[in-house]
Ligand binder design. Structure first.
Ligand code: GLN
Length: 208
């Protein structure tokens, strides 16, 4: 069985490990370049991406992460993790670097002006059969632009009943994407009971 690391510098590391373990995957925290060498795939958790970026720099992990991702290691980023996997950022701290690898432009704290945090049900056709995915957004980014090889997996429903701005600027925004072996969500599948997004990631890991 593949070993899935969880980047463990900052963020909701244990929540991801709990879901991965429940699905039968081997999982270890990753804090050093040596630990990164030993995993087959990596989850970048939700948290705070400016802190995560600064810590990857000071732990000497940013370049090793870039090399592994460029070499095809499957990776899944939720929220701050999505920000870390984006090739380009809009908004937020000037000069903030990313691991990159996904041909997407991500806007940090994108939903923040309407509502800092919300929950919403998403259509997510790439997931195994079941109800719409209940998604938790916490000061979430959205994907502003995607390159031609990026698959859009989910958008915020245009008729979100819970939206502060139904039919407004957040409706239809891209919140889940896949680019090759890289997967990213604006929301936190590690915080809800539904394990289908992690299961999708483990399928990607097995394919790779
Ligand atoms: N707002 C955070 C950031 O920009 C991400 C929030 C999250 O991961 N829940 O890093």
């Amino acid at each position: 069985t593949p070993v899935v690391g969880v980047l463990a510098l900052q963020g909701d590391v244990r929540e991801h490990q709990r879901v991965l373990a429940a699905l039968g995957a081997g999982t270890v925290p990753v804090r050093t370049a040596d630990e990164l060498d030993r995993v087959d795939a990596l989850v970048l958790p939700g948290g705070e991406s400016t802190t995560m970026w600064r810590l990857t720099r000071s732990f000497g992990l940013l370049e090793p992460l870039r090399r592994r991702v460029a070499a095809g290691m499957p990776a899944f980023g939720s929220c701050a993790g999505m920000i870390m996997l984006a090739d380009q950022l809009e908004g937020g701290v000037t000069g903030q670097e990313t691991v990159g690898g996904m041909d997407i432009v991500v806007r940090r704290n994108a939903f923040g002006r309407q509502v800092d945090s919300f929950e919403s049900d998403l259509d997510f056709p790439a997931l195994a059969d079941g109800p719409p995915l209940h998604a938790v957004f916490i000061r979430a980014p959205w994907v502003e632009k995607v390159g031609s090889d990026v698959e859009i997996l989910a958008r915020v429903a245009t008729d979100r009943a819970d939206s502060a701005t139904a039919g407004g600027p957040d409706a239809g925004r891209i919140v889940a994407v896949r680019h090759g072996a890289l997967l990213a969500t604006s929301f936190h599948p590690e915080l809800t009971a539904d394990a289908r997004v992690h299961a999708l990631f483990l399928d990607i890991v097995k394919e790779a």
